[in-house]
Design a protein around this ligand. Structure first.
Ligand code: GAR
Length: 208
């Protein structure tokens, strides 16, 4: 076998042994982040190595601390410029980035460094109820105001435009006549908890 082939095989084996590292970006409460961290606890192949936020008061930072996952909060300028974020990704040897209620823009240098390795979850059936300003409870309010019969979740790759990346997976749930934004949010969150970690795992391990 050629020396280069030996080396490639060696790298692949080492990569397999060392596993894959995930970073989660989140801006708020962080229930999805916590669910994903817990899902991968004790997993020999995939681990959540870092949580990043753009909001110092984001409760996700508290959750990460409790779960023993290193976290950091970067400033608006650092997120806009991107190099500090990229440096943290490299330092932590991050292979895959998961957005979980992350409301800032992902820097272009990250999109270039992680093609098809950054995923987002949105609490509606995109392309419905997506775009700028459509996040969290605003989405559920809009779904109810439009009289929709069903809602759900969309897991997608991200690109330069809000909520327009290629769709990986969608799951539906009913909208009930007496729903409030809170009751609908709870039903949608349940779908997120069930599907997001599993889809991330398949993507990270190249099974999807
Ligand atoms: C989730 O429902 C997620 O789908 C949504 O924010 C919520 C975060 O909840 N994301 C967006 O609206 C993105 N446009 P969490 O902080 O409890 O995980």
């Amino acid at each position: 076998m050629h020396i280069f082939a030996h080396f490639s095989l060696f790298c692949a084996q080492i990569g397999g042994i060392m596993g894959k590292n995930i970073a989660i970006f989140a801006s708020g409460n962080g229930t999805n982040a916590e669910n994903i961290i817990r899902y991968f606890q004790g997993n020999g192949e995939v681990r959540v190595k870092l949580v990043l936020s753009n909001r110092r008061s984001a409760f996700v930072l508290e959750r990460a601390a409790r779960l023993g996952v290193p976290s950091a909060c970067l400033t608006k300028e650092e997120w806009a410029e991107g190099e500090a974020v990229l440096a943290l990704m490299k330092e932590a040897e991050i292979d895959f980035i998961v957005l979980a209620g992350f409301l800032a823009r992902v820097p272009d240098c990250l999109l270039q460094a992680y093609p098809d390795k950054i995923v987002n979850i949105h609490p509606s059936l995109l392309p419905k109820f997506g775009g700028k300003g459509m996040y969290g409870e605003h989405v559920h309010e809009a779904v109810l105001a439009a009289g929709e019969q069903e809602s759900g979740i969309t897991i997608q790759y991200i690109n330069e435009r809000y909520d327009e990346g290629a769709i990986i997976c969608q799951q539906k749930c009913p909208v009930l006549p007496d729903d409030t934004p809170d009751t609908l949010a709870a039903r949608v969150h349940a779908l997120e908890y069930e599907y997001y970690p599993r889809v991330v795992e398949q993507l990270v391990l190249g099974q999807r």
